[in-house]
Write a protein that binds this ligand. Structure first.
Ligand SMILES: *Cc1c(COP(=O)(O)O)cnc(C)c1O
Length: 396
């Protein structure tokens, strides 16, 4: 079939450009605690690539909670939330999530991708305008495309450009969508200025805090709380979305905000209505995780310490360490093959840091996306720093 021959040829092109993606088969090296020590395709490696920022994904309390939840509710939820899939555990989790992030109401989804892909079309459609940061996550972009609203992309973080676009648009309804912590750069969006612009132009603001919840804000309540925009200071025009498979260590996502807005989303979000509800056992684990996150100041302090240690250790290398204060610490290498070579060099030293290449990041900015976790030790970070310094010497 000529179609398949064409795919074959294009797969070979990906190989030639260093862009073929491969999956590694991973299992924990011994007990899963912390998740930083992995057997990757049979090879033991110290990993700096998980988004399990607080090291909770293998916490005994979460493992126990999954088992408790499964014994009480079974494993599968059996139906969509609007049929019979909305368990008591899911309902309780929604109340706790809303309270945790300081917003009136929350809706719990099985995945972050599906949340954003569904939310945006539920909010805007043909004739409306969407404003999207150039570095937004793929699922916000896909939601934007599904919505059929006119999409205006503004340069990363350029809120003057956003303000001009909001002022110029004649659309009846406008929605601004942004990552709160940008997943490949670690930069933090200026939520206060974004909200002020949305107020001035009567727009809604949808924030994706996949990488901020659990890490930033008082007790890990997220980037919106860190900006002082929750609780009594919450705006009715903000929708706050975050995922639950990163710092929360489980799986799933939620959106929170004004009760009317959330009720509207419950009625109109196709990825929520036409999909099997998240299992109650995971909701049970998430409730346990919320308690650990809330009590996790020591974990967050250790994480901040590791971030500072990594940054000072990598100062002066020939590669650009992006100016990030979050656990996402990208080391920009440039070319795809060069980034792969550094990744392979680390791998030969027993370290696993994935090279991120286009189209995930812009052409010419291939990078090692180093992520730190509270489960790492100082010695782990020192090992990575020493290895990178050794490779930089070799490259110079
Ligand atoms: C991981 C991620 C998602 C997707 O969430 P899943 O639960 O993994 O589907 C959405 N937005 C951002 C910014 C992410 O990093």
């Amino acid at each position: 079939m000529s179609w398949l021959d064409e795919f074959d040829a294009r797969l070979r092109d990906l190989d030639a450009a260093g862009l073929r993606r491969v999956r590694r088969v991973v299992r924990p090296d011994g007990a899963p605690e912390g998740g930083t020590r992995l057997i990757v395709d049979g090879e033991p490696l110290l990993a700096f690539c998980s988004n399990d920022y607080l090291g909770l994904a293998a916490h005994p309390a979460l493992i126990e909670a999954v088992c408790t939840g499964a014994r009480e509710f079974g494993v599968g939820s059996g139906a969509s939330p609007l049929v019979s899939g909305h368990s008591a555990a899911n309902a309780e989790l929604e109340r706790e999530l809303a309270a945790f992030v300081g917003l009136p109401r929350a809706l719990y989804f099985y995945a972050g991708y599906a949340t954003n892909a569904g939310l945006v079309p539920a909010l805007v459609g043909e004739g409306d305008a969407l404003h999207s940061d150039a570095l937004n996550h793929a699922c916000l972009i896909d939601g934007a495309r599904l919505s059929r609203a006119a999409i205006h992309r503004y340069p990363h973080g350029d809120l003057d450009a956003l303000g001009r676009a909001l002022a110029k648009s004649g659309a009846r309804r406008q929605l601004v969508i942004t990552d709160a912590v940008f997943s490949m750069d670690g930069t933090i969006a200026d939520l206060r200025t974004l909200l002020a612009l949305c107020e001035r132009h009567d727009a809604l603001l949808l924030i994706d805090d996949a990488h901020g919840l659990g890490v930033l804000g008082p007790q890990g309540r997220g980037t919106l709380a860190a900006a002082g925009l929750t609780g009594a200071a919450a705006s009715r025009r903000v929708l706050y979305m975050a995922t639950l498979g990163k710092a929360l260590g489980v799986s799933g996502a939620f959106v929170a905000g004004d009760a009317t807005l959330v009720e509207w989303l419950l009625q109109k979000t196709r990825s929520y209505i036409f999909a099997t509800a998240a299992p109650a056992a995971l909701a049970t684990a998430l409730r346990a995780s919320l308690r650990l996150v809330e009590a996790g100041d020591a974990r967050r302090a250790h994480l901040r310490h590791l971030i500072a240690r990594l940054r000072s250790g990598l100062a002066g290398l020939p590669w650009h360490l992006a100016p990030s204060t979050t656990p996402i610490q990208p080391l920009i290498i440039g070319g795809n093959q060069a980034a792969l070579a550094v990744m392979d060099g680390l791998r030969a030293r027993g370290l696993w840091v994935p090279a991120i290449r286009p189209p995930t990041v812009p052409e010419g900015s291939a990078r090692l996306r180093i992520t730190l976790s509270a489960a790492h030790t100082e010695a782990d970070v020192d090992r990575l720093v020493d290895a990178l310094r050794g490779l930089a010497h070799g490259a110079a």
